[in-house]
Structure formats: C-alpha cells, structure tokens
Design a protein around this ligand. Structure first.
Ligand SMILES: [Zn+2]
Length: 506
C-alpha cells in the first residue's frame, strides 16, 4: 500500500476567445463538480465520467491510501486569470506539502491551459510539484485528447496518459489506465525512458474525430504498437498521442506523441514509426464544410422523406472550445429559409433565459435571442418568440460522454419563432450541446426533430450521430476558428504548418 496524492486542475485555453477564466468559473459546478478540496473530493467526483473518478476507483481497488488535494475545471475560454491559476495551484502545492512524504502523485490535467502569466500552465504546475516531491516520486497525469503536450510537461511528469477517443467517451477509463501505470511504476521501480515527438502541422478539431479516418486508424495503430511491444517484450509501457488544440497562441501548440519504455532504442523506434504514420496521413485530415445558407438548404432537401433528424453542427461556436455559444448566423439562416420544426441549441443567453422564466410558459419573450456577448458583431434575433417550456437547468446526463453528470446550469427555456416555426433552446451557462437530455429537459425529443442544429464541433457525435440521418458541418461565426490559417498567431514556433498540407509559419 502506497500513499498517493490525487488532484486535478483542468482548463482548455483558446487564447483567441473573448472570455477569460476567472476563479468563479473554476469554483462553480456545471456538468462536472465545482472546486472541491480535501476529504470531500473522493465522494464529489464519484460516478462522473472524468479521469479522476476512474483513477480513484483503480487506486482504491489496489488498496492504496489516497490523499485528496483539490480538483476543479472551468469551461474552455481564453486565458486563465493569474489570480485563479495561483489560487488553484497554490491549494494543490499547499495540500501536497502538508501530506509529505508521499509515494506517488496522480493528477487529472487537461493539458492545454494557458494562464495570463504562463504560456504552459501544466508545465509550470508540474515543475512546481516536481520541485516539491523530488526526483524519486512518480508523478503520473491523465491528459485530454486536445492537449498541447509540451517538452516541460514531458520533462516533469514521470508518465502521462491521454484519452484515445474524440468524442471523449474514455475519460474515466483514461484515469483508470493512468492509475494502474502509477501502481506499476511504484512496484517496479525501474527507470523510464521517454521518446517525445512534435508533429509538423496543426490539425483542426473538426478533422480529429476518432470515429473517422485518419484518426481512427492512427489510434488503432497506436494500440497495436503498444500491444506488439508488450508481446515482444520490448518494455514499452505506454504510448500517448495528443492531436492538440490549435487555437492556442503558444510556441508548443500542436500534435505530439510520447512513448514510455524501459528500452531506449525500442521507445525511439516506436516514436519514429508512429510519427511517420501520422505524417503519411496528413492529407486525410480534411472534409466538406458548409456555409449556413448551403447547410440549411441541403438539410431541408434531406429532411424530406427522412425519418431521422438532419444534424447541423455549428462547429465554430462550440463553447467546448472557447465559443460563446450565442452567435446567431445559423439561427438566422434557419429562420430565413423557414425551416419549420428545426431546433437549435444551446443558445447561451442568461438574459433571455431569465426573462423567459419571469414571463412564464405561453407568454411572448420580451427580448431578442442570442448575440449578447457581441463576439461577431451580430445583433440579437428579434422575432415573435413564444415561450414553450421552461427548465431549471438541473438534470442528469445520459449520453456516452455525460452519462451520470449532474447538470446545474441555471434557467433554461424552449422558445419558438411563431412565424418560421424555428425553435431555440436557451441556456444560462456555457455548455456544449452533446447530450440529448439538454433538449429533453425542455420538452424536445431530439429524434423527432427534422433539423437539429448543435453548437458543438465533434462531441455531439457520441450521443446524436446514432439518431442522425446525416451530419453537416457548418462554418458560421464563432470564437473557435476552424482554420488555424485564419488566426493571428504571434507565438507559434517557426516552421509548423498552420493546417494539414498548409503553409508553414513564417
Ligand atoms: Zn478535449
């Protein structure tokens, strides 16, 4: 039995987004628990599909003595404010210091956190933890698929384990894998060699989905190399490939991979093989994108005679990648083409959601819908918005990603424009439309809607693709710019290409 400290600090930073992450954003609950510290942490994360929940379960099953630090996450946004970063990092370091000596440390990290004062939020956190515990204590972290895995992170963590799915349906499972590898490091006490590679091009999120090629094949190959190495006794423990989070203006932005093994040559050879395999598939990170007008016209055609909804993914206004989830380009296109029965969600507009709650079901909404943050220079959509159904914003997720998550996202409402027959689901807090319960909560059964517009890039696929006639990816205004070549980078390292087969950064 070992004494293992467990904690987490998750943020995905889109440095081009309009809203920063404050302490309040980390403190409050959304789909996941709010800031939690000390003894209550272990119960608070139980039952969620998040890495620390899987890690706690696996470490307990091995009989280890768990020392909870703190855990928190905030919705993806621009930089983490300096005060928020120092408050959370300070709590982790203070609680860890109080528990010393420890035998091991497990951390639940996203791996794309940019603080106002640190470009590499996780690299700095890991550096501080390493300085505290010394070189001999293993530090193992789980990482999101969208990690910008930096040399500093690789250097200070003993081992890092990334998700292998996008949509992320293996979050708790990844925490469990990380925990078992920590257990193995503690029992074997053998030095680990790290073979780290950064790849030469950014990959837009929309082409990173593991349900399709080339990501599907790449992760299958990673599994084969890992298993093959095991069966041939090459001493490779684990391989992590992170396709990266492009809208981050930092030097180390982009895809990377790391192979951990006891044998240097075998680890280096596996890293070379996988980097080459990803490079060979560069041209395959591509697909069709629609303008809002094209998408709605196509959806209306497809919906005729279809028994399942046509799903329009509003891929740039994804709050899960820093979008405000309140832009109205796609909503206006639906109304303009009178897409009767279409439903769009979530339009995050606390003012309208609260006004709907105050006015009551059946009343007309007194304000326009969306475009309140003002990111894209749009104006709210004024219409005869009838309030159809109200919701408290408290419900439990049922999909592959959010199953078991206890949502607490403030007042919600379904409103319908009586002229066009287009409806919108209003929400008060930024949350990505990737669980059917978000719609059912306000009386919409997603499978029965002809056209469903979702503010999400890829995650919606886990719960909605099985019920979809077709999925069309739409480029309308939003703070998660899909094509990195459109972003005004200043800090990206020279030479990396801004998209697959794209121009190199000058
Ligand atoms: Zn992610």
């Amino acid at each position: 039995m070992a004494r293992i400290a467990v904690g987490g600090f998750q943020h995905e930073t889109n440095t081009f987004a309009p809203q920063r992450a404050t302490w309040d954003d980390f403190e409050r609950a959304d789909a996941w628990p709010g800031f939690v510290r000390g003894a209550e942490l272990l119960d608070a994360v139980h039952g969620y599909n998040i890495p620390i929940a899987g890690a706690v379960e696996a470490l307990r099953a091995r009989g280890h003595d768990l020392l909870p630090l703190c855990w928190c996450s905030a919705p993806p946004s621009a930089h983490v404010e300096r005060a928020a970063y120092e408050r959370v990092a300070g709590a982790i370091l203070e609680d860890l210091a109080a528990q010393m000596p420890v035998d091991g440390v497990y951390l639940d990290l996203h791996g794309a956190m940019v603080a106002e004062h640190y470009e590499d939020g996780e690299g700095e956190l890991l550096r501080r933890i390493r300085a505290l515990v010394g070189d001999r204590v293993p530090i193992v972290a789980s990482l999101d698929y969208h990690t910008n895995m930096t040399p500093e992170m690789v250097r200070h963590a003993s081992l890092m384990v990334g998700y292998r799915t996008y949509p992320h349906i293996d979050m708790a499972a990844t925490g469990g894998r990380a925990a078992l590898l920590l257990d193995r490091l503690l029992s074997e006490r053998r030095p680990l060699y790290k073979a780290y590679r950064q790849l030469g091009f950014l990959i837009p999120l929309v082409w990173q989905c593991t349900g399709a090629e080339p990501a599907k094949g790449i992760f299958a190959l990673i599994g084969e190399v890992e298993q093959g190495a095991l069966s041939h006794n090459q001493g490779i423990l684990s391989i992590t490939h992170t396709p990266g989070f492009p809208p981050a203006d930092i030097a180390e932005c982009g895809p990377a991979l790391v192979v951990y093994g006891h044998d240097r040559e075998a680890a280096e050879a596996a890293a070379d093989r996988l980097a080459a395999a990803i490079g060979e598939r560069e041209a395959a990170f591509a697909g069709k994108l629609y303008t809002p007008e094209e998408a709605v016209a196509e959806a209306l055609t497809l919906a005729r005679g279809a028994t399942k909804p046509v799903v329009l993914a509003d891929i740039q206004d994804n709050p899960g990648a820093g979008g405000t989830s309140d832009t109205v380009g796609l909503l206006r296109a639906l109304i303009a083409q009178r897409a009767q029965g279409a439903v769009i969600g979530m339009i995050v507009d606390p003012e309208a959601a609260e006004a709907a709650e105050a006015a009551g079901e059946g009343a007309l909404l007194s304000c326009g819908v969306g475009a309140k943050v003002g990111y894209a220079g749009e104006t709210p959509v004024e219409a005869n918005w009838r309030i159809v159904c109200l919701g408290s914003g408290r419900f439990t997720g049922t999909g592959p990603m959010y199953g078991g998550a206890k949502f607490n996202i403030g007042p919600m409402a379904l409103v319908i424009d009586e002229d066009s027959g287009v409806s919108a689901v209003l929400a008060s807090k930024r949350i990505q439309a990737n669980d059917k319960e978000m719609f059912r909560h306000v009386g919409v059964e997603p499978a029965q809607v002809p056209i469903l517009a979702l503010k999400s890039t890829v995650h919606f696929r886990a719960d909605f693709e099985p019920i979809a006639e077709r999925v069309l990816c739409v480029v309308s205004p939003g703070a998660h710019i899909t094509d990195p070549a459109e972003l005004p980078y200043r800090n990206l390292r020279k030479g990396i290409r801004l998209n697959p087969l794209g121009p190199p950064r000058a």
